[in-house]
Design a protein around this ligand. Sequence first.
Ligand code: HEC
Ligand code: HEC
Length: 245
Amino acid sequence: MRKVQWYALPVAALLLLLAMFPLVAGAEPPQDAANGQKVWDTKLCKNCHGPQGEGKYGLPLAGTQKTAADFITQVRTPRQNMPAFDASRISDQEITDIHDYMATLTAPASFTPVRYTPAADDPPGKVLFNQKRCVACHGDFSQTAAGIVKSGRTTLTQADVEKQLHTPRQFMPRFSDTQVTAADAAAITAYLAPIVAQAAGAPAQPAPTQLPTTGGVLPMLFMSLAALAGFVSVAAGLLLRRLRR
Ligand code: HEC
Ligand code: HEC
């Protein structure tokens, strides 16, 4: 019988794991309605359009009669109040997948958009923050301030706000200066700045929950399995060597 080297088993196991790795770690999800559901859950569309596309601050998208091309046009060049997402925030393919997913859902029987009713003593910036739908992603005031402070800020100027609106740092979509004018930005700053300063001095608060997250249970599971497989094969190799002596 041919002699099997003691290290053959662990080496084979390692090669197998390496070959499997791209399948688990780097695999592109299929591009279809099922993928559209995953994309929907990670992008910020649902903050305005409702968790199931049933409509909230913005129109319902569930059961849409529009085409994928219409969706892409709206996301890149919104007709009115919606902020614009560029290709670094969501690709044409992802918008198409979202469209295909929304088309599989049933349109709501009726829809009433969330509208803010200003209180008599509301500062103008608070009213604008709600009317311009900043609230859809930033939640209430404490969440907003906590989120902004978490990004390293202790102060907030009008220039900071306008910069974020027109050239957002990461996931936030872009508001044009007709959607939120310089005067609007000034009022919003007057409302936000004191709260940011206060939150910066206060103990950390929970960050907004709607921000996209990465990672997940699958890569973690895979890593643990890989570690276990490695351990078992080394042990088996050592045992084999011992038996052969
Ligand atoms: C800040 C809130 C907000 C966010 C975030 C948002 N939308 Fe909208 N959306 C709106 C509003 C408001 C409208 C109504 C038209 C307008 O004002 O442009 C709209 C309209 C639309 C329409 C046209 C619907 C119709 O029947 O005419 C589509 C399609 C759409 N949004 C897709 C998306 C997608 C996809 C995303 C995520 C990439 C998204 N929206 C994110 C607020 C939002
Ligand atoms: C679709 C979700 C969404 C909407 C709508 C939204 N934001 Fe944001 N905003 C974010 C996210 C996410 C961040 C974190 C930074 C980033 O990803 O760009 C952020 C960060 C900020 C910051 C902190 C920027 C910094 O440099 O510290 C300010 C200020 C801000 N938003 C203002 C606004 C205002 C004003 C509006 C309404 C006109 C608004 N946002 C609407 C998602 C949103």
